[in-house]
Design a protein around this ligand. Structure first.
Ligand code: NAP
Length: 274
């Protein structure tokens, strides 16, 4: 069956790979980005800036003008938290931009009679110590002004995981409610590790974080490729994942397993070595 999906951040990286994967599967994909041209040279369907309430409303209206039914949304648009990045922008794009797109398209998702959302979290949630929990709390309270002003008191690198944890938690908290799973819409997230995209190229060029990227641990000994995130996203979107609700799937070549071999932590399970 041909389904209609919506992917934001579709002009680059993981979003673009997700578009390609879904289209290769025969599906219709409506693309959203602030950039008007995709990686394949094709046009983006809905050009909008998800950093602002006006841009988010334009994105939702733009999609609604093209379809009455949406079988899945992948809000992949995001910005990294690097040296010189505005921390408030990280919150606005990564969290509020994603949530607004998904919330705005709830009627079209519910109309599908079985749909799914896959958020882009990040393994920085468990991999990076000391990130700003208050920002995540304020995101989950839906207080963008307070989240932005609290974010502005710290470094963007400490806010990026906050925005991503809040997405994963929002999917869990809201995903079990009547308006989502009760309407046949499964909310899940993926937590990629370091994946080769424009975002990680920016990280590599960062004077502070660039050198750290070389010591990033993986069990497979390499960075991920965008298509290695797109395929699991497509699975979570598909009816094959019908029992998966509120999950956060780490897709990181083993980084989270290296850093947290026994998880959740804090349980009396030792000794565990043979
Ligand atoms: P990317 O290659 O930089 O792609 C991000 C896309 O989002 C770009 O097309 C970008 O447009 C667009 N975008 C940024 N701000 C926007 C805005 N305000 N409104 C609309 N579109 C906007 O990044 P990526 O690595 O594929 O990342 C995709 C998602 O995965 C992000 O949410 C990221 O946080 C997450 N993620 C990535 C990694 C990784 O290692 N790459 C790991 C974990 C999670 P411009 O090019 O114009 O900025």
């Amino acid at each position: 069956m041909t389904r209609t999906y919506v992917v934001s951040g579709a002009a680059s990286g993981i979003g673009a790979a997700t578009v390609t994967h879904l289209r290769d599967g025969g599906h219709r994909v409506l693309t959203v980005d602030r950039t008007s041209t995709g990686l394949d040279g094709g046009s983006i369907d809905v050009v909008a800036d998800l950093a602002t309430p006006v841009g988010r409303a334009e994105a939702v209206a733009g999609v609604q003008a093209l379809t009455d039914v949406v079988h899945g949304v992948v809000p992949a648009a995001g910005v990294g938290g690097f040296t010189g990045t505005d921390p408030a922008l990280v919150v606005s794009v990564n969290y509020f931009g994603a949530i607004a797109l998904v919330r705005g398209l709830q009627p079209q998702l519910a109309a599908a009679g079985g749909a799914a959302v896959v958020f882009l979290a990040s393994n920085s949630i468990t991999g990076m110590p000391g990130w700003n929990a208050e920002v995540a709390t304020l995101c989950l309270r839906d207080d963008e002004d307070a989240a932005r002003s609290t974010a502005a008191t710290t470094e963007a690198v400490m806010v990026y995981p906050s925005s991503k944890a809040a997405l994963a938690w929002w999917a869990r908290r809201e995903g079990v409610k009547p308006e989502w799973i009760g309407a046949g819409v499964r909310l899940n997230s993926v937590a990629p590790g370091k994946v080769t995209t424009a975002m990680t190229a920016e990280m590599a060029a960062d004077p502070v974080f660039g050198p750290l990227g070389d010591s990033y641990p993986t069990a497979i000994g390499r960075d991920g490729r965008p298509e290695e995130i797109a395929a699991p996203i497509a699975f979570l979107l598909s009816p094959a994942a019908s029992l998966v609700v509120g999950a956060c799937l780490f897709i990181d070549g083993g980084t989270d397993a290296i850093l947290h071999p026994i998880s959740p932590e804090g349980w009396e399970v030792g000794p565990v070595e043979p």
